[in-house]
Design a protein around this ligand. Structure first.
Ligand code: FES
Length: 506
């Protein structure tokens, strides 16, 4: 199956693209149109369809093309934003509400798997968090107290599942793992069998929020009573683009020489942290490790991130073979919690969005599905207010987060960080991409392995920042809000919805 990068994730291995019978837009008024065929969109669509809503799901590429195809699929109630931070910023009651929402999400996953008899290597497991110095010990103790207080079952332990020395550790029960694409495709099939419509290769390019919502797409117009953006970050221009910052994370799946594949999920306390787990795919075990996260478009040599991660893993594990390596994108929210609900600025209130899932996309996607399904079927949701995209939460660091993003955006608009001068087009090596000044023009140049040059404008079609070359994924990545384009300028992921401008270098 296809994914939003040049590397191949473990989940793509031996899996063809999802096939759906629809290739044209049906002429109908839908109750709900969902943009985005990842785990958030599909789970939401299925819940709504089963609740009696007639739904249309539009995917700009193929199902699972985005981060669902690049996740490492940890199913957690132990979240990236620690419960002590949530309690400090939102209050202890809300920390408990967050833990309950995360547990509801894991219950929904488990129910889906048993109700629809989904074969996706699902397993409940414990998650281990460990510290390695006195400063981290302090952090770990604070996290332990707040996690327990929030209602997650935790206990201190003297052993962890991986051969890395540690000073303190605790484990959280009731976490899990699965094969995200097998799960996703099974849910999509259930959605279609329940009467829902899936259309792939159909990108939403514009929309008008009136009595009904008119949605413009690359395949024409369609109408719905409501529109949900489950596109990782919504397209267009929204305050959500200031409140979420795009990050890349790196993962490798390796075979080990011994049979010491660790059970359970494990995390250290570095920033960025490393995360570990094992997955069996088609009878073969793989040890998956991840980390080396950085802001999208802010690292010049993304291949080096894989090398660092591999070296770190080889230090502690008896690696036989690197089987897969891939990177993926996520959005960090300004105040640590996701944004789920009415899209800010939606004139008639018919547009909804879900974004800012940090590294917990599997959990938050299901919380989003539950919240959105309640909101659209008129059922009061206990979580609606807490996760509302319209919340104004002056938490510590919020203003600094937004200001930093604006300042960085300003520099990137000017092309300050990414501009090199090249004298001649032959200065570029095969396989190299660069934003450069050439004869007074700024151009994004890529020379492929055959020496063929591809030139596009570096100006991102979302809000005009300058893209940077991601050598590992062979893509032009926008550092401002995370839009990504292939070597030839074709948009891969939003919030941009049009291609980079082609430049004729003849
Ligand atoms: Fe917003 Fe590029 S993604 S300017």
């Amino acid at each position: 199956m296809q994914r939003d990068g040049a590397t191949v994730s473990l989940w793509q291995y031996n899996i063809p693209d999802y096939e759906t019978k629809h290739t044209t837009l049906p002429a109908a008024l839908f109750d709900v149109i969902i943009a985005g065929g990842g785990i958030t969109g599909i789970t939401t669509a299925l819940l709504l369809q089963k609740s009696g809503k007639n739904c249309l799901l539009l995917e700009s590429n193929t199902l699972g093309f985005g981060t669902t195809g690049g996740t490492t699929a940890h199913l957690n109630t132990l979240l990236d934003t620690p419960y002590n931070t949530i309690a400090k910023d939102f209050g202890e009651k809300n920390a408990q509400l967050v833990a309950k929402a995360a547990q509801d999400a894991l219950n929904l996953i488990s129910n889906n798997i048993s109700t629809y008899n989904i074969k996706c290597e699902y397993q409940t497991q414990a998650a281990y968090l460990f510290s390695q110095n006195s400063q981290q010990d302090k952090e770990l103790d604070e996290m332990f107290r707040a996690t327990a207080h929030a209602g997650v079952q935790v206990s201190y332990v003297n052993e962890i599942p991986i051969p890395i020395s540690f000073t303190k550790a605790f484990k959280a029960e009731g976490q899990g793992k699965f094969h995200p694409i097998e799960y996703l495709f099974a849910l999509a099939k259930q959605f279609e069998e329940a009467g829902g419509t899936v259309l792939q290769h159909c990108r939403v390019t514009n929309w008008h929020d009136d009595e009904n919502v008119t949605v413009e797409t690359t395949l024409g117009k369609v109408e719905g009573r409501k529109l949900i953006f489950a596109t990782h970050i919504p397209p267009g221009v929204s305050v959500l683009h200031l409140r979420c910052a795009p990050y890349r994370s790196y993962a490798i799946a390796v075979e080990l020489n011994d049979e010491n594949y660790p059970d359970h999920l494990t995390y250290d306390l570095y920033n960025p942290y490393h995360y570990y787990r094992t997955q069996e795919v088609m009878g073969k075990k793989y040890f998956i490790a991840g980390g080396e996260d950085h802001k999208t478009g802010h690292v010049e040599n993304t291949e080096a991130c894989f090398l660092k991660l591999e070296a770190y893993v080889r230090k502690y594990f008896n690696v036989k073979e690197m089987a897969f390596k891939w990177s993926s994108q996520y959005y960090e929210p300004a105040d640590g919690l996701p944004y789920i609900g009415h899209m800010p600025g939606s004139q008639k209130g018919n547009i909804y969005a879900a974004t800012g899932f940090s590294g917990n996309g599997m959990t938050w996607s299901h919380v989003a599905a539950l919240v959105l399904c309640d909101m659209l079927t008129g059922v009061p949701s206990p979580y609606e207010e807490l996760f509302s995209p319209g919340r104004i939460k002056p938490v510590a660091g919020f203003t600094a987060f937004v200001k930093e993003n604006v300042d960085v955006a300003k520099e990137f608009v000017k092309g300050f960080f990414t501009r090199d001068k090249i004298e001649s087009l032959s200065d570029l090596a095969h396989g190299e991409g660069k934003v450069a000044n050439y004869e007074g023009e700024k151009i994004a140049l890529y020379k492929d392995e055959n020496g063929q040059l591809h030139a596009v404008s570096p100006v991102c079609r979302h809000l005009k920042c300058h893209v940077a070359w991601n050598i590992a994924e062979q893509s032009w990545d926008c550092p401002c809000h995370g839009a990504r384009y292939n070597y030839n300028g074709k948009v891969i992921t939003g919030p941009a919805s049009t291609n980079l401008e082609q430049i004729n270098i003849e």
